[in-house]
Design a protein around this ligand. Structure first.
Ligand code: GRF
Length: 189
């Protein structure tokens, strides 16, 4: 059985898609915990409903970045995952965590990297007026959305699309791609 940890700060729709894909396909992958920095995130509700332990490291309450990062590293070491899956985790992982889990941390980004990295990938692609954007899964390095690309899918912006319909298409593409990439990394084909 492979072990993964999912980390998120917000809605958690990718987390849920991953958990359901693993369950529906009976894959030998266990989500040992969902870690969040945000005690108010809806992802905690999803963890409860999925029966997956939620570990909350309340960044604001901890109040110190170095202490928070140390607690996070300790927690990851305690959980011992084969893969750390970032799914809407809104903080930058410090170099000591990136090094400790080299090539064992993946992230999903809502654009075709290296275009539109950072916080607002969907809006930026929309405002720029590109006709094709998409979704990227990549290994995490010490930069922001700069690590080696593992897989991508394109999403076309069609006549009649709005930012809202584009967001919906991007999220659907994420929910398709991310679970499959994780399964491929951990279990091969
Ligand atoms: C996704 O769009 C992902 O690409 C980005 O953050 C968003 C997380 O959404 N990194 P959710 O929390 O999984 O619903």
């Amino acid at each position: 059985m492979k072990k993964i940890v999912v980390m998120g700060s917000g809605n958690g729709s990718n987390f849920q898609a991953i958990a359901e894909y693993i369950r529906n396909n009976g894959l030998p992958i266990e989500i040992v915990a969902m870690i969040t920095d945000n005690p108010k995130a809806f992802i905690i509700e999803r963890a409860k409903n999925l029966g997956i332990p939620a570990r909350v490291l309340d960044y604001k309450a901890i109040g110190d970045k170095d202490l928070y990062n140390k607690m996070l590293l300790d927690l990851l070491n305690e959980l011992g995952p084969d893969l750390v899956v970032l799914a809407g985790y809104m903080r930058i992982l410090p170099p000591e965590i990136v090094k400790a889990f080299e090539r064992r941390i993946v992230n999903i980004h809502p654009s075709l990297l290296p275009s539109f990295p950072g916080l607002h990938g969907i809006e930026q692609a929309w405002s720029y007026g590109v006709k094709v954007t998409g979704v990227t899964v990549h290994f995490v390095d010490e930069g922001v959305d700069t690590g080696p690309i593992i897989d991508q899918v394109p999403v076309r912006i069609e006549e009649g699309d709005t930012l809202e319909t584009l967001e919906k298409k991007i999220h659907e593409a994420e929910h398709e791609l991310y679970p499959r990439v994780i399964a491929r990394i951990l279990l091969g084909n």
